[in-house]
Design a protein around this ligand. Structure first.
Ligand code: BTN
Length: 326
């Protein structure tokens, strides 16, 4: 943990709410002058830290910025995901940044966040709007020993994790739209873009890109999206501290990933299916030039959607643009 993260941790966890410079200096093993200079740096980042001669330092409020160390200490129990966190003020797409790290041989579990993306992308070649400090835009690097065919297991696991974290952190009822959109009150609040690099029989790496519309206002969405998309702030009626939600999501991702590696996909899939409102619905799916209509019957063993077409065939769908027929 960096000095800044240790100071923030000490301020947040002190029983009386404040901690003296002497105690901090002893705890961290650095001089009081060094503590003072770090406190000044934290203030510049927007942390409101009161200093009183009798009581010492007190954290009055924290800014809504993503701070790698501030996130890292919340994930100390994670096995893999989030042991290496990097936060950028702005990137093209975090999937591009993590891909470069993957090629450079960085270990699995690395996570790249951006406060803003200039070329965020969604599934099926769509653009993903990523305004500064309003959402969580991040990508995770995984290197599972799985065949490329089993990659959909990670899509399912990521969606289950994201849904669980959003619902338990906000108390809002969240559902999954196949394959990995997260909806609240029928509107999309988060999505996942999984990209794969593989050889014939083995995955080299998987990039799981997650976008969550956290503190966007209705006016942040283009008018054509307002009936289909929402944010957690809109649904909850108040803003959310992003670093806390980010930690909740990364903890869930770590847990679900561990289950996949332990060969427990069917338990993950059961959880996914329980919350997937697509199963049982009539769908129209666009797969390139093909249009397939039918009813979503269940989830296949590998995470594919099993669709009973209007012609009576059972089709295995692994990708596509899914519209639910109302
Ligand atoms: C979708 O629902 O279409 C998937 C959206 C995924 C968006 C995230 S934001 C972080 C990461 N970087 C990207 O460019 N895309 C993903």
């Amino acid at each position: 943990m960096s000095v800044d993260a240790q100071i923030l941790h000490a301020l947040r966890t002190s029983n009386s709410g404040s901690i003296s410079g002497a105690d901090l200096s002893q705890k961290l093993g650095i001089s009081r002058a060094a503590i003072w200079s770090r406190i000044e740096e934290l203030r510049e980042l927007g942390y409101d830290i009161e200093a009183s001669p009798h009581q010492g330092y007190r954290l009055l409020s924290a800014p809504d910025v993503l701070h790698a160390d501030d996130l890292g200490w919340r994930l100390e129990e994670n096995q893999k995901i989030g042991r290496d966190i990097r936060v950028f003020e702005q990137t093209t797409s975090t999937n591009d940044v993590i891909e470069k790290l993957a090629r450079d041989g960085v270990k699995e579990g690395a996570v790249v966040f951006a406060e803003a993306q200039t070329a965020g992308r969604g599934r099926l070649g769509r653009t993903w709007m990523s305004p500064a400090r309003k959402g969580l835009w991040f990508s995770v690097l995984l290197r599972p020993s799985l065949t490329p065919q089993a990659a959909t297991q990670l899509t399912v696991a990521s969606a289950a994790a994201l849904r669980n974290a959003i619902e338990s952190h906000t108390g809002l009822k969240a559902e999954i739209k196949w394959p990995n959109d997260i909806l609240i009150s029928g509107k999309k609040v988060a999505g996942i873009l999984t990209e794969l690099s593989a050889e014939l029989d083995r995955i080299k790496y998987i990039l799981v890109g997650v976008g969550v519309d956290v503190n966007l206002n209705p006016s942040d969405f283009p008018p054509e999206l307002r009936t289909q998309a929402t944010s957690l702030k809109i649904e909850l009626g108040k803003p959310i501290v992003r670093v806390e939600l980010a930690a909740a999501i990364l903890r869930e991702l770590d847990r679900e990933y561990a289950r996949i590696l332990a060969g427990e996909f069917s338990a993950v899939a059961d959880e996914w299916e329980k919350h997937c409102t697509t199963i049982g619905q009539r769908l129209v799916i666009h797969l390139g030039d093909r249009r397939i209509c039918g009813r979503a019957e269940s989830l296949g063993e590998d995470g594919a959607l099993l669709l009973r077409t209007d012609h009576g065939h059972l089709e295995r769908i692994v990708a596509g643009d899914v519209r639910i027929e109302k």
